[in-house]
Ligand binder design. Structure first.
Ligand code: HEC
Length: 425
């Protein structure tokens, strides 16, 4: 958000990696994951497995700094409720605090009453109409969707998924509704009244059961691409906060010109070794180990095959295999017939509804939601694209609280914006 960008500079009097005191215990500095960190995944080496089994939580962006230095920097920070109010107001309402609000804090007799005044204002902001608009914007940024003007004829609005996610947060519904809601997942948002109007998503010729935003036509259309891989990537990066490879075996094996790190059998996806007629050889090991990413990708992408460019579900595959003639991608292009779909090893799915249920219960997905809120509050970048990963310990207590409170992300925001980390500068 343009208005809040300057805030990042203010916070960066501390090196960004040191914003959180908790980083203290986590300064070992892991090797940067070799995988999936460029826009072109095919240019990326499968490479050696990273030190962390979950890139979401790796500390790869934290350079080596002496513990003493960190401690000094962190201890030098001072609580400033006036500054906190300014930042919170921009982030929660997209506007500066009023003079009256500023005075409330200034005129408070002591630190304790300033705290009370500040926290009350956070509550006020979270229930303000502007908070709703800010959440719509937050989700458009997160989903990388924004409808400029009206949708072109015959194309879906790109806004509905962000509207729905914002509505879930604003109305304190469980975050898991993003994956499991079965109706009214395409609300409209009136920016003048700051109100949502519930609406059903457009349905294609062969509609599937609604599964939160997973079946949103705007998202399906936005991430339409060959073999539906981009849709699978969207789900992985947006909701698990990490690039592919999605998971790593604890027993990596040297293979071809690299190391196979996948958590499914190498033979379990389509390639020349098990399917001589394979259109794409996912068992290629000559340059990169395709299977490192594709053992997971190939179990997820086929769930999205039948959504067309307009994001509507059809009876047959609507996405191409990028080879001469551009044949439509079929299940066999991803997996041998004996293999099923899955989110992760040990987490089989059959359709988007079962995928939604798995995402709703996945602890990485829960952590990802909390970490996105944390990064937003602390003016850090996008958790995936800017490698603004968050060490587990930093947000651990918020994640626990988030789960305990029925995945209420608004309550997580309340906690983060009132936290000592937020009010210290
Ligand atoms: C680091 C993870 C990773 C590795 C390794 C990898 N891929 Fe992919 N692949 C992806 C992701 C992610 C996408 C989706 C990219 C997008 O559309 O945003 C993708 C997309 C594709 C596509 C569709 C491209 C298109 O035209 O849209 C094909 C085909 C493909 N991969 C084949 C391969 C093959 C063959 C290999 C090995 C030589 C390989 N991939 C290695 C992650 C990977």
């Amino acid at each position: 958000m343009a208005k809040t960008r300057g805030l990042a500079r203010r916070r960066s009097t501390l090196p960004p990696q040191l914003w959180r005191p908790i980083a203290l215990g986590a300064l070992a500095g892991f090797a940067l994951s070799a995988c999936g960190s460029t826009e072109d995944p095919n240019s990326v080496q499968g490479g050696a497995p990273p030190a962390s089994t979950n890139p979401t939580n790796s500390n790869s962006d934290i350079p080596q700094t002496s513990e003493e230095q960190v401690k000094q920097l962190l201890e030098a920070r001072k609580i400033d409720y006036g500054e906190a109010l300014r930042t919170a107001s921009l982030k929660l309402r997209d506007e500066l605090p009023t003079l009256a609000e500023i005075k409330t804090i200034e005129s408070a007799a002591d630190e304790a009453s300033k705290k009370v005044a500040y926290e009350k204002l956070v509550d006020t902001m979270l229930s303000s109409p502007q908070f709703t608009a800010t959440m719509v914007k937050f989700w458009k940024d997160t989903f990388r969707t924004a409808q400029v003007g009206d949708p072109a004829p015959g194309t879906p609005s790109k806004d509905t998924a962000a509207n729905f996610a914002a509505q879930v947060v604003v109305e304190s519904r469980p975050y898991s509704d993003l994956f499991t809601a079965t109706e009214n997942t395409c609300p409209t948002f009136n920016a003048t009244t700051n109100a949502f109007t519930p609406a059903t998503c457009a349905r294609g010729p062969a509609p599937v059961a609604t599964a939160g935003v997973l079946t949103d036509p705007g998202l399906q259309s936005q991430y339409f691409a060959n073999m539906a891989f981009r849709r699978a990537r969207f789900v992985q990066e947006t909701f698990a906060c990490a690039k592919f490879p999605a998971e790593y075996s604890t027993t990596p094996k040297p293979l071809g010109n690299g190391t196979f790190t996948g958590n499914f059998a190498f033979e379990s996806i389509t390639g020349k070794q098990n399917t001589p007629t394979a259109k794409v050889d996912f068992q290629d090991t000559s340059s990169v180990i395709c299977a490192n990413c594709h053992v997971n990708l190939n179990r997820l992408a086929p769930l999205f095959l039948n959504f067309d460019e307009k994001g509507l579900s059809n009876a047959t595959s609507q996405v191409d295999v990028p080879i001469p003639g551009n044949p439509k991608a079929a299940r066999i292009d991803f997996l041998p017939a004996s293999e099923g779909f899955a989110w992760r090893a040990g987490k089989p799915v059959t359709d988007l509804t079962t995928l939604g249920a798995i995402l709703a219960a996945d602890s990485d997905v829960q952590r990802c939601a909390v970490n996105r809120v944390w990064n937003y509050a602390m003016s850090r970048g996008d958790i995936v694209n800017d490698l603004a990963s968050v060490p587990i310990a930093v947000t651990e207590s918020y994640v626990k609280d988030f789960v305990a409170k029925g995945q209420n992300l608004k309550e997580t925001m309340r906690g983060v914006f009132k936290s000592e980390d937020f009010v210290k500068f």
